[in-house]
Every structure is written in C-alpha cells, then in structure tokens.
Design a binder for this molecule. Structure first.
Ligand code: FE2
Length: 333
C-alpha cells in the first residue's frame, strides 16, 4: 500500500525529541505513562494531528479502515531479543520507550483507547509480533509462519476494534505481507438469504494455541454469528466451524461466506522498519503471507510492536465490567 502520510525528517526529529522526554515505563505504570503523553499534545507537529483526525473521520464514515504512516519515530536502539522468550527479554533490555510513546500518541489522537488482556503478558498494553521458537509453524501471531485470514482473538468476548502495528525491525530482503479484506466488501459479495443465516449463532471457533497456553480453561468459543453490526465479522479461517446441530442453510451460508472472501479485494502491505500499519480488527479480516523469504534467520528476527484499541471511549466504557481490578482497558479473559 502507498503510505497515507510520511513524516519529514524535521517532523520526525521534532517528535522524537518530544517523546524522548518520557522516562516512565508503560510496562510498570501505564496510566501515568499515558497521562504523560497526553500532556504533550500541544507540541505535536500539526500535520500529524490533522492526519490522525482524518483517519478517525475515514474510519467513522466507513470510507477506509486501513492506513499506513511511514518514517515514524522509534527507539534509537532496537535490542536483539532471545527467540526462546522474547517478551521477558524485551522487559529486561528495553529501558527507553519512544516506540511505545508514539503508539500511545497515535491512539490518543485518533481517540481509540487501548485494550489489553490480563492473561497476556500480565496486561501489557504494548505487545509484540515476534516469533517465539516453541510456536514455530503453528497458527498464532507468535510464530514465524503464514497466517490465514482472521480477526485477532476471534473466540474471546472482548475484542479490539483496531489493531496497530509498528515496524521495529523488518528485514530488507524478506517479502512478508499483511493482507486485509474489508467486511463491507465481503458482504457485497453475499446474497441476503446467506447473510441472514450468517447473522445467527450457528458457528463456533476453536481458540488459537497461544491463547490455550496462556489460559488452560480456554478451548472453544460459545456459538456465535459470523456477521454482526453493519459489517463486523467474527471468523478465523479453518478454525471457525458450523455447529453440528446447525440447519443445512447455515452450512450453505458458510460456503457462500468463504467464496465471498475469495472474491473480495485484498489490500496488501509490506511493513518496513518505521512503518505504522493500522486496520480494523472486527470490520475486516487480516492475514500474513510470506511471499519470498530469502533469509529465514533474519525473517525470524522480525519484530512489530502492537496495540489493540477500542473504536471510541463509549465502547471502551461499555466493557468496564470486564476490567481487571479496576485497571481501565485491561480485561479479564
Ligand atoms: Fe492477527
């Protein structure tokens, strides 16, 4: 995809020196870290503030739900992480948080409060898309494999409206693409009779291996519809199934849904170091394709910093009963 916005060297330097002022760790005290970033808004380059407002408007009016911003400020040193346990290693090695501060700023300027899961990395609001050795070849974002079309955390009760990925380390010679299909496109390719059955709870989803490892009680979701709202989708390819007792029409609708996905336009983006890619999690489906990996070793060191966000403050507030020990935004799973 062509980036919507590219920071000029001056804007990047200006934002970097601003975000450098923050010394608090978002992993130890998220509310104070977040407040510190909020206090800097009046010093942010105005062109970027305007861009974030435009993105919010395009999302709310269903014009465009995937955006790319290039040449974003990052930490001056991006540490190499231990592939056996990269997250623990990140907590040990990272003592500057400029990348996190930039993601927090983007979330604040687009008015999309961040969401975290208590059972994932103790509720960290900034998580990592990085290969963990033991998940190699498996269907989870924490592997080095390709990923089929899905929403993140399909099987969970509280799901992000938006996912944002920041390229921390993206090897130059590896063509790894994130694909996105918009829910509105899929629905356009479906007949009303099929839509009706896809809106009924005739389907279930098997939890991914990482979620099962983090919380042993999880195995499959309750029965759920595939379509909801205007064009929200709840689907994990090959893991969302038709319930055994569902009517025949639901099976036909399921096949029609798969065909509609194949017919829909797929936007693809190769995330470069310093790229921010942000897209709808529920109003679309995303995947990961390894088109050509020339150097598997460097590809496995690929590191994206990731946030989950609610679409607005009212939606975040509606999930208050799920907050863990009154930690706003951190949900019990
Ligand atoms: Fe994902």
């Amino acid at each position: 995809m062509i980036p919507r916005f590219i920071f000029t060297p001056d804007e990047k330097a200006q934002l970097l020196s601003l975000l450098e002022q923050s010394r608090l760790s978002p992993y130890k005290n998220y509310p104070e870290f977040s407040q510190e970033i909020r206090n800097l808004h009046h010093l942010v380059p105005p062109r970027f503030v305007k861009e974030c407002q435009d993105i919010s408007h395009e999302r709310a009016s269903h014009q465009q739900k995937i955006h790319v911003i290039r040449n974003c400020p990052l930490d001056p040193v991006i540490p190499d992480l231990d592939p056996e346990d990269p997250v623990t290693d990140k907590h040990l090695k990272k003592n500057r948080f400029i990348s996190e501060a930039f993601l927090e700023l983007f979330a604040q300027l687009t008015v999309t409060p961040l969401l975290s899961y208590e059972t994932r990395n103790k509720g960290d609001f900034f998580t990592d898309v990085i290969a963990i050795k033991k998940y190699s070849g498996q269907l989870t974002g924490f592997s080095d494999s390709e990923l089929v079309f899905h929403n993140d955390r399909t099987a969970h009760k509280v799901r992000a409206d938006y996912i944002t990925l920041l390229g921390m380390r993206c090897p130059d010679d590896d063509l790894i693409y994130t694909g996105y299909i918009d829910g509105a496109d899929i629905i356009k390719n479906l007949e009303p009779a099929h839509i009706e059955y896809l809106r009924q709870p005739h389907f279930f989803t098997v939890f991914d291996v990482f979620s099962r490892d983090m919380n042993k009680q999880l195995s499959t979701s309750g029965k759920h519809p595939i379509l909801s709202n205007a064009h929200s989708i709840r689907y994990l390819d090959t893991m969302t199934c038709v319930a055994p007792e569902a009517p025949l029409e639901a099976r036909d609708a399921f096949i029609a849904f798969k065909n509609a996905m194949t017919r829909s336009q797929c936007k693809r983006h190769r995330i470069l170091t310093g790229d921010l890619l942000t897209f709808a999690n529920q109003d679309g489906l995303h995947n990961r394709e390894k088109i050509d990996v020339l150097n598997p070793e460097s590809a496995s060191s690929r590191w994206l910093l990731k946030t989950y966000a609610f679409k607005d403050t009212d939606t975040a507030e509606s999930f208050r009963p799920f907050w863990s020990e009154n930690r706003a935004g951190c949900v019990i799973d």
